[in-house]
Design a binder for this molecule. Structure first.
Ligand SMILES: [Zn+2]
Length: 284
């Protein structure tokens, strides 16, 4: 099901200003994930990762309960206090972990419940879609931001396997695979394909998908408050050797309020650490 929502005049303007979807489509890649020492805002609400969590070496997670080496666990016991556990492998699970070691299964997965959230959109088409659970949570997140006087836009949501393939192959054709891997996730390896993740903008675009976005009100507010609505900043500052991606203050991932709050309280920066999975700095 889809919401048949006519974009507001402002979102049309934003859409035009953003040059439609390609800006967001090509973004959220390592080319735009260049870390900048000045782009790291101090913690504003959320605990900072503990020193053991802030490692930048490519060692496996030091979190407790490492998975069996033979296969990833289907469920994780991150704290023993959460009321519900979810699969880490099923792409319809809010805890599915997709990184450079863990492609989607099936590789061409399509969320069965894509909808367009009722939020300020900076994109159209598939990129304006999220799975229904994430869309509902995003509406609460965006409304709370607006109540705090913070403008937040949906800059890039769902991205199909086919779109990711076209994007990735375009890089391979022009730059070769090694360079392509620094510029685009391989098809089947993008969290955007799950429907559980999206990128935010601030309606202005000056720092869209750039390190300086970390200092914009939308990113500052999201970093401090997103967990209350079930989201984590998926690729935190200086944890790229664990996540495989440089800091993306715009990329939010839904895991549910309980788990996101637990992560925030415990100061755990990455889903890999939280769920006791190995670091995924690059493709095997
Ligand atoms: Zn993203």
């Amino acid at each position: 099901m889809c919401y048949n929502r006519a974009p507001s005049r402002r979102s049309f303007a934003t859409l035009l200003a953003a040059g439609a979807g390609m800006t967001a489509l090509a973004a959220c890649t390592p080319d735009n994930r260049l870390a900048s020492p000045t782009a790291a805002p101090s913690a504003s609400g959320l605990p900072t990762p503990t020193p053991t969590m802030a490692t930048t070496t490519a060692v496996p997670s030091a979190a407790s309960d490492p998975p069996p080496s033979s296969a990833p666990p289907s469920k994780a016991p991150p704290s023993g206090v959460l009321s519900q556990q979810f699969s880490l492998s099923d792409p319809t699970s809010r805890w599915v972990i997709v990184n450079k070691h863990r492609p989607l299964t099936p590789l061409e997965f399509v969320p069965p419940d894509l909808v367009q959230p009722r939020v300020q959109l900076a994109v159209s088409g598939e990129a304006s879609m999220l799975n229904s659970t994430t869309a509902g949570a995003a509406e609460k997140l965006f409304a709370a931001a607006a109540s705090a006087g913070v403008t937040m836009t949906l800059a890039s949501g769902y991205r199909s396997f086919q779109t990711q393939t076209a994007t990735y192959n375009g890089y391979v054709d022009t730059r070769g695979q090694a360079s392509a891997d620094t510029a685009s996730a391989r098809p089947g390896f993008s969290e955007h394909q799950t429907g559980w993740a999206f990128d935010i903008g601030d309606g202005g675009g000056a720092c869209s998908f750039e390190p300086c976005f970390a200092d914009q009100p939308a990113a500052v507010w999201a970093k401090a408050n997103a967990y209350k609505y079930g989201f984590v900043v998926r690729y935190p500052w200086m944890l790229n050797e664990i996540t495989g991606y440089y800091y993306e203050p715009w990329h939010l991932r839904y895991i549910g309020v309980e788990a996101a709050t637990d992560m925030a309280k415990r100061g755990i920066g990455t889903l890999e650490e939280y769920f006791g999975l190995e670091a995924a700095p690059g493709y095997p």
